[in-house]
Design a protein. Structure first.
Ligand SMILES: Cc1cc2nc3c(=O)[nH]c(=O)nc-3n(C[C@H](O)[C@H](O)[C@H](O)COP(=O)(O)OP(=O)(O)OC[C@H]3O[C@@H](n4cnc5c(N)ncnc54)[C@H](O)[C@@H]3O)c2cc1C
Ligand code: FES
Ligand code: FES
Lengths: 470, 762
């Protein structure tokens, strides 16, 4: 049991509860707020979406999260908003737009869309149509075919054009997007003691990041495990540049990475790459450390950072050590890490101006899906000759694979279709994909080849032509 | 009877539930406040797909803290049987298991979490028996769920002899998980006099009632089933909601406690059946002018372990084997094959889409071999007025050519074609593909007996109206249409009309909400009931206004009109007067579709009240480096009759189309050889998300004049649009062939990125 304090809609919650109970179960079955629905309990449908508010840079800051994967411990010190906390006497403009456009049929997914789009109205991102759609990219609707929801999103976007971004909450209250109790939230959050929850209970400590892997893999164990909530811990977040290196706090979420000016400056296509990783609510929750430690052979962030030849900093009860990310994986889900060892930082050397970086991912469904194969590539090229190369791939081995031989085979050579074809042969020797729900091994080999070529077709569109490769 | 919506009341009415939906106030089974003493159920499903049960050890589960009871088939007071069409499905396995996930034991516990944890402690020993997952293998071994069916027209033998071109091949379409976002579930509690009441998420309340009564050994009047709404059904809750309702009721009855059983997503995916996968053979013959002269086809339906609705689905495959084309000579046989998968079941289209895919594949095959555009073959063979379907019905009010030509003109097909060609000439990494998909779908249950419905209407003394029908609201907007019917006939503000839950004590012996016919059947029954009351009220009005019997009374906008003249009498006053005069203000309506018939011994008749037509143009873009694809647009012309609610009908069209595209593209149901579902969660079974839908969907409402068999001439719209999705398959395929004209690709759906990439580089 842990002492947990947070705001749920307009109420203060002060409870002694296992910090690993999901917010979903808490709101539905403890607080009897049944507007929040259950579609999958795996973060994949968005029916359970809630808003999570906190204070960042002295402003209220809201993000959408899937409550089915969110432990109560991660709600500590936050403002949790369910649909009941958005309802007023009249429908909000978000609700009204969905009604007007016929964006609800059976209604079971609808609350999730309402909450996600309300989150969009609250967010500090630019209020354009693209971002409105991105806000609902984690919500599945089986009835409407989404067109009516797109139309509703367009209406809402239009209404937000006049939003006063300085006094966002006030403007939204005035226009009826959110109830007026939101005006009191900042003060009430400040008054909440947001100290870290101490793990309690017996047994092995579990580091709890966003919970997006833990609650999918071992949901039934979480309520009884002593959880060490690293999510959002100030000492583990923040993304900084220092002397040519980029340092990322291990508990930074995929969204933190995407929103980071430092990262955006290094990777001009960052947003497009990140769009391929899970969905908005999952990116708001899933941490980089969680992705790395989970050791899924198809972890996207892991593949991304492998190709940057990143290092990680680990901490074992105060004892720090460093290791190359590529040396971290010993075998299927086997890590060079003690159970109680914490990942603190991930850092990499910032590629120079002669470097090219690309990330590729193909799955059955382009978005919100796990890769059949993914791959990242960093090459430094001077006068047409490769000076440095780092290639990674997921889905082709029991571990997230740093393709050492293929990378080495590129170095010192002139970029040409012939070189790529040669290296592709080495590439195929380095991998051993298996057939599973994400594809046959033959497909994964072909796909790996294509993604490898795709990197170079992207880097050198003039020099390399598809027809010369296949 | 009212023929068209005259007053236009609420023609643009929003779904009556929408305000509750967006505020989260709508109640689904899991949201019903639980009664004191409620216990929770969870079923233990067979770990093996086929075998003899040797031993069931529930000791550890029973001893698990918080477990209240363990229920097996031995506790069933009545018959252990829930089969619908054929009595071949036990509620809880006994002796043998026939699919992975087949319920064997039911654990009842104080909380849902405890029930789930205890289920994991059950140990069942099973002697394995051979597992069949492939329908052709089942067929070869004589494992059939029902007698094969054969439809024939003309003489294919003679016709093939005269054909200029004959092509043979195979076509396969995969299964489809319904993925209603609300999982299956039921909440049951005992009531007085040894009865039970079940709140069920079912499309077929009567089916739940009938099966439960049998299982409990009760007469049907002691089992009450109530349905407020479903969080999606799509056919998946037509027959397959029954086991969960019956299990909850069984435990409630035996233990005399309220029991809730709402499935977790993975249980639902593992334990319930899907759209039937099909594998089929075709032989198509064309003359030198590309007229289709003959078709021979054999369908092997993967029925799963029990009949469920598969025999009826099989029939509909045959009804739609020619899609929207006239084929003078047909010989088609369909086999429902028993395999060791969960019993497959209804899914929007009900076997029709599976049949249509085969003829479309045959046409594409012929076009490719002949070096012509499939579009040319399709257009030449469209059904025309007076053409005969292979089952003997004559096409009346045929809109196939109208829809096609309207689509071609309205959307400028020639321009689209040119753009695709120009794009493909310019680009190497991306290719576009174009397809046209005409549809023709028959409306009515193919089982004639089911085409009837009832409605109960009360006009209360304050002028408000309560309506009960047998229709189930599952997102398709049927309740909204019912409100429209009552409001239209009574000349009322729709706000006066309340739709009650669907309940077997108010409306009995219902057909499930299925076959796109729910609004037609229940709407017509409701219209009869409303007109009954209206006739009585008109008499009261005549008396009240001092007019004679010949005076034409109408009620418009809540006011009585006599001979087209507005009177002072309002609806409210009229009802009051009727009430004081002891006039019956309630009525029950019963409707049975006229004219339809079908003789199964001859496989001929007139099974459908009418047909719905349409044509869709689809353009896809394939990324030839990565094997992924997107849809530029789907532009379609659909035969709505005279749509009574555009917003609902548009929603059904867009939603159906996208579901069809999902079936044809990314929704890949995968079982291994042991009959284990590999795509068993939303992380491995992918349905379209917002980025996966066509960038543009353009729906043109073709107003067609039709016999008054559709409610207010507004044609059924639930299922037909799904079949436009088949166009997505062929658009992608055409793009792949534009990159690699020699692509070796089976006619096998879904066309996943894997199949695309393998095709691009084959
Ligand atoms: C719907 C859905 C979609 C997804 N899509 C993708 C996708 O597209 N691509 C992808 O790569 N992944 C995806 N994932 C997986 C998951 O979101 C990511 O792996 C995420 O980065 C995990 O982070 P987390 O913080 O939520 O992990 P958690 O579940 O909190 O933790 C995962 C593991 O890491 C450990 N851990 C966490 N933080 C630390 C730390 N600081 N030090 C030591 N150990 C730690 C935990 O103890 C646990 O063992 C998806 C998941 C879901 C539910
Ligand atoms: S229930 Fe599906 S995302 Fe939470
Ligand atoms: S409205 Fe039914 S799932 Fe979206």
């Amino acid at each position: 049991m842990a002492k947990i304090q947070f705001l749920l809609n307009n109420r203060s919650i002060n409870a002694e509860l296992p910090s690993g109970t999901t917010v979903l179960d808490f709101v539905r079955y403890n607080q009897h707020l049944v507007g929040t629905k259950i579609g999958c309990r795996e973060g994949d449908c968005g029916a359970c979406t809630v808003l999570v508010g906190e204070i960042r840079d002295d402003r209220l800051f809201y993000q959408s999260m899937t409550s089915c994967l969110m432990p109560l411990g991660n709600a500590h010190g936050k403002h949790i908003v369910t649909v009941e906390g958005l309802n007023m006497e009249n429908l909000t403009p978000v609700q009204q737009a969905i009604v007007d456009e016929g964006g609800t049929q059976c209604g079971f997914c609808t609350v999730g869309f309402v909450v996600s789009l309300s989150g969009f109205t609250l967010s500090q991102k630019e209020h354009n149509y693209e971002n409105a759609i991105a806000a609902i990219d984690g919500n599945i609707c089986r009835c409407t075919g989404y067109k009516s929801l797109e139309r509703a999103a367009a209406i809402i976007t239009k209404q937000l054009a006049e939003k006063d971004t300085e006094n966002s909450v006030e403007w939204l209250v005035e226009k009826g997007f959110i109830p007026d109790y939101f005006l009191t939230i900042k003060e009430r959050l400040e008054a909440l003691q947001s100290s870290v929850i101490e793990p309690s209970g017996e047994g092995q400590r579990v580091f709890m990041g966003g919970g997006t892997d833990l609650f999918v893999q071992r949901p039934e164990e979480m309520a009884d495990s002593p959880l060490y909530h690293v999510f959002g811990q100030p000492s583990l977040t923040g993304i900084e540049e220092h002397k040519g290196y980029c340092y990322i706090g291990a508990a930074s979420t995929a969204e933190d990475i995407q929103a980071s000016p430092v990262m955006q400056a290094i990777f001009p296509n960052l947003r497009a790459h990140m769009k391929l990783v899970s969905s908005t609510p999952i990116r708001n929750m899933g941490t980089l450390a969680g992705n790395i430690v989970n050791a899924s052979p198809i972890g996207d962030l892991t593949a991304f950072f492998l190709a940057l030849d990143s290092s990680i900093v680990l901490n074992h009860f105060g004892q720090q050590r460093e290791i190359k990310l590529r040396d971290f994986y010993l075998g299927y889900k086997k890590l060079d890490k003690a159970t109680a060892e914490n990942v603190e930082t991930i850092y990499f050397k910032i590629p120079d101006k002669n470097s090219y970086f690309n990330f590729e991912k193909v799955c059955k469904r382009t978005h919100l899906d796990i890769a059949s194969v993914n791959s990242a590539c960093l090459v430094k090229v001077e006068k047409g000759v490769v000076k440095e190369a780092h290639l990674s791939a997921g889905g082709v081995a029991p571990i997230p694979k740093y393709l050492a031989k293929s990378s080495a085979a590129l170095v010192g050579k002139k970029i040409s279709p012939e070189l790529l074809k040669e290296v592709e042969l080495i590439l195929q020797e380095e991998v051993a994909p298996i057939s599973d729900a994400r594809g046959t091994s033959d497909y994964k080999r072909l796909l790996l080849r294509q993604l490898f070529y795709a990197h170079f077709l992207t880097f050198f569109p003039k020099e390399i032509q598809l027809a010369e490769l296949v | 009877m009212t023929k068209d919506i005259k007053q236009g009341i609420a023609k643009s009415m929003k779904n009556i539930d929408s305000a509750n939906h967006v505020t989260g106030k709508s109640i689904y089974v899991d949201d019903i406040p639980v009664r004191v003493g409620t216990l929770y159920a969870c079923a233990y499903g067979s770990p093996m797909a086929h075998g003899k049960i040797k031993n069931v050890d529930t000791k550890a589960a029973a001893e698990h803290a918080g477990v209240y009871s363990i229920i097996t088939h031995k506790d069933i007071p009545g018959e252990n049987q829930i089969g619908g069409i054929i009595q071949d499905e036990p509620l809880l396995a006994e002796g043998e298991v026939h699919f992975q996930g087949q319920p064997i034991v039911l654990v009842i516990a104080e909380t849902e979490a405890i029930a789930h944890a205890a289920v994991k402690k059950i140990k069942v020993e099973i002697d394995p028996l051979p597992v069949i997952v492939d329908p052709r293998e089942a067929f070869a071994k004589g494992e059939l769920l029902s007698t094969p069916r054969t439809f024939s027209l003309g003489d294919t033998k003679k016709a093939f002899a005269k054909c200029a071109h004959v092509f043979e091949g195979q076509a396969e379409s995969g299964g489809q998980e319904h993925l209603y976002i609300e999982t299956q579930g039921a909440y049951a509690y005992p009531t007085e006099h040894g009865s039970v009441r079940i709140s069920s998420s079912t499309q077929g309340p009567t089916q739940v009632q009938r099966a439960t009564a049998k299982v409990l050994g009760l007469p049907m009047n002691k089992v009450e089933v109530d349905v407020t709404r479903l969080g999606g059904g799509f056919g998946g809750k037509e027959d397959q909601a029954t086991p969960w309702g019956a299990m909850a009721a069984l435990a409630a009855f035996v233990l005399q406690r309220p029991i809730k059983y709402v499935l977790h997503r993975m249980e639902d995916m593992k334990m319930t059946g899907k759209r039937n996968p099909y594998t089929s053979d075709y032989k198509i013959g064309l003359d030198k002018d590309l007229k289709i002269v003959a078709l021979e086809s054999t369908y092997y339906q993967n029925g799963g372990a029990a009949a469920d609705l598969s025999p009826a689905i099989l029939e509909r495959t045959l009804f739609h084997l020619n899609n929207s084309y006239f084929i003078p000579n047909v010989q088609a046989t369909a086999n429902s094959c028993r395999t060791n998968l969960p019993p497959n079941t209804a899914f929007r289209g009900f076997g029709g889409p599976q049949g249509m895919f085969v003829i479309e594949a045959a046409i594409a095959h012929a076009a490719k071999e002949l070096g012509v555009d499939a579009i040319d073959i399709q257009r030449k063979n469209l059904l025309a007025e007076g053409d005969e379907f292979p089952y003997g019905q004559i096409a009346e009010g045929c809109e196939a050519i109208n829809c096609w030509d309207e689509a071609v003109e309205r959307y400028d097909l020639e321009k689209i074609k040119k753009e695709v060609v120009a794009f493909n000439e310019k680009n190497t990494q991306f290719k576009k593909g174009l397809s046209l998909m005409p549809i023709c779908f028959g409306i009515s249950f193919t089982n004639t007996q089911m085409n009837n419905a009832r409605a109960l209407v009360h006009v209360y003394s304050d002028g408000s109206v309560g309506v009960s029908t047998g229709a189930i609201e599952m997102g398709q907007g049927v309740n909204t249409k019912m409100v429209q019917v009552a409001a239209e006939i009574f000349g009322l503000d729709p706000k006066r009309v309340k739709l009650e839950s669907t309940n077997t004590t108010r409306v009995a012996n219902t057909s499930p909400s299925a076959a796109s016919a729910t609004a037609d059947l229940n709407g017509k029954a409701l219209a009869i009931a409303c007109n009954d009351i209206l006739a009585r009220l008109k008499k009261v009005a005549q008396d009240n206004l001092g007019h004679d019997e010949k005076t034409a009374i109408e009620i418009k906008h809540e006011t009585v009109f006599a001979n087209n003249k507005k009177t002072k009498l309002t609806w409210h006053e009229l009802v009051q007067a009727a009430f004081m005069a002891r006039v019956n203000l309630s009525a029950k309506g019963h409707y049975a579709t006229p004219r339809i018939n079908f003789d199964k011994t001859k496989e001929k008749g007139h099974p459908f009240a009418y047909h719905v037509y349409g044509t869709a143009i689809t353009v896809a873009t394939v990324d030839c480096v990565r094997g992924t694809y997107e849809f530029d647009c789907v532009k379609l012309v659909h035969d709505f009759g005279a749509s009574m609610n555009r917003i609902i009908d548009l929603g059904q069209t867009e939603g159906g189309l996208v579901q069809g595209i999902g079936w044809m593209t990314m929704e890949e149901l995968m079982y291994n050889k042991e009959g284990r579902l590999l795509s068993n969660a939303l992380s491995t079974y992918k349905v379209p998300d917002i980025y996966a839908v066509p960038r543009e969907i353009d729906v043109h409402f073709l107003n067609t004049d039709n016999p008054n068999l559709a409610i207010f001439r507004s044609k059924a719209v639930g299922e037909p649009p799904l079949m436009y999705g088949i166009g997505a398959y062929f658009a992608i395929r055409n793009a792949v062939e534009s990159f690699n004209p020699k692509a070796k690709m089976a006619y096998s759906a879904p066309i996943t990125p894997e199949k695309v990439l393998m095709g691009l580089y084959s």
